[in-house]
Design a protein around this ligand. Structure first.
Ligand code: ZN
Length: 258
């Protein structure tokens, strides 16, 4: 019998699934606000039109669904055969007709949601491998999808912005990004301070907390995450010794994230 509700019983996981589905609904709303002609327009991502973003988000759902199927069956099914295949797929998808592109997004999102719904409790701990080669429990697929749909909704560049993204998602994104910088050692001398979320732990500094004379990036959570993802510098300020005279008030570009 097919379940009509999620088989997962863990409250934290149920909350995460809700956030992923809310993000998917948000992306769908922004996509539906675009006319077919507007799909040809540019995005916040260099070289990508809205067509590329929609194709990528659709194929990303299929790729993540393959990981959930892997967790369900134990049969190894990677996200993509190779990075080249992934890029080729996106470039192909961008050439689809508007109706086919919209169907790709809708159908892939429903398919992923059903794969999540029908994954039994114990299988969520099964390990799968991401496109970057990380081994993660199947439960991580929910977060992988969550950040894709929320951030790429902003990338569509038709009115969504980072302040539309729920604070828990922004907080986790910032931890992810600054964690990736730390792993690569690219955050040297860079301290990040969030100034609008006192009391919940996010106002702790991120980045290089041991630097003697750091460059300090400060702003509200949404603005700091926008900057950290490389989407803009609105609302953040930079201070500190790490900046030379000419660029003292200029916000430096963030280290690479992905
Ligand atoms: Zn993406």
């Amino acid at each position: 019998m097919v379940a009509r509700h999620d088989l997962a019983t863990d409250p934290g996981l149920q909350e995460d699934l809700l956030q992923a589905r809310r993000g998917t609904a948000f992306f769908a709303r922004k996509l539906n606000e675009l006319t077919d002609a507007e799909l040809d327009g540019g995005t916040l991502l260099p070289d990508w039109t809205r067509r590329h973003v929609v194709a990528h988000v659709g194929y990303n759902a299929r790729a993540i669904a393959r990981l959930v199927e892997w967790a369900a069956t134990g049969v190894e099914t990677p996200m993509y055969p190779s990075p080249e295949a992934r890029n080729h797929e996106i470039n192909f998808g961008a050439t689809l007709s508007p109706i086919a592109l919209r169907n790709l997004f809708d159908h892939s999102a429903v398919h992923l949601s059903v794969e999540w719904r029908d994954l039994p409790d114990p299988n969520w701990a099964n390990e799968v491998r991401t496109a970057q080669g990380r081994t993660v429990p199947a439960s991580e697929t929910v977060w992988m999808r969550t950040r894709e749909v929320w951030v790429h909704a902003v990338d569509l560049d038709n009115g969504a912005n980072f302040s539309d993204i729920p604070a828990p998602v922004l907080e986790r994104l910032l931890k992810d990004i600054t964690g990736a910088w730390k792993t690569r050692g690219t955050d040297t001398g860079l301290l990040i301070k969030v100034n609008d979320t006192a009391g919940n732990g996010t106002n702790l500094p991120f980045g290089d907390t041991s630097a003697a004379e750091p460059t300090i990036i400060t702003g509200p959570l949404a603005a700091v995450v926008e900057w950290a993802t490389g989407r803009g510098t609105t609302g953040v300020t930079a201070t500190g010794q790490g900046l030379d005279g000419a660029s003292r008030n200029e916000v430096p570009p963030p280290p690479k994230w992905i």
